[in-house]
Design a protein around this ligand. Sequence first.
Ligand code: CU
Ligand code: ZN
Length: 169
Amino acid sequence: MRLAAIVFVLAAPTTLAGPVTRAAATLQPTKDSKAQGTVTFTKTSGGVRVQARIEGLTPGLHGFHIHEFGDCSAPDGSAAGSHFNPGAEPHAGRADAARHTGDLGNVEADATGVASLDYVDARSSFEGASSILGRGVIVHANPDDLKTQPTGNAGGRLACGVIGVAKGE
Ligand code: CU
Ligand code: ZN
């Protein structure tokens, strides 16, 4: 009986596993911040669809990036490291050809402090060197100017989340 149970446990994940088609991050406020939200990443033919809803922001633009480490342990979000940049490219905006893979641009909060984002990111992936799985998502205090190296001058880190595998649709 015991052996059968072990065999079952070992075999079960293979029946469930397959290519990752969805991922998610829950954004938690850093110290002295009220920003929080959710981000989902869904594989599509043109890349990865990014859907975010973030609340507790000041109205206006806030830099929004994937950072290299899925580590939100530091009170100021600094353990998430720099922008995710597997191709050693310059910082830019999400529509630019040469950019950090993690350069998702800005989210824009409305008068109530809520920001929503929904677009397909051509550079993000769930496989290979540009896989975003296990990396960090950061929302910043200030707008990303899409050109200042290497950060876009987006200021402090208001919320941090880790991108994990989610159940496919
Ligand atoms: Cu950032
Ligand atoms: Zn960048």
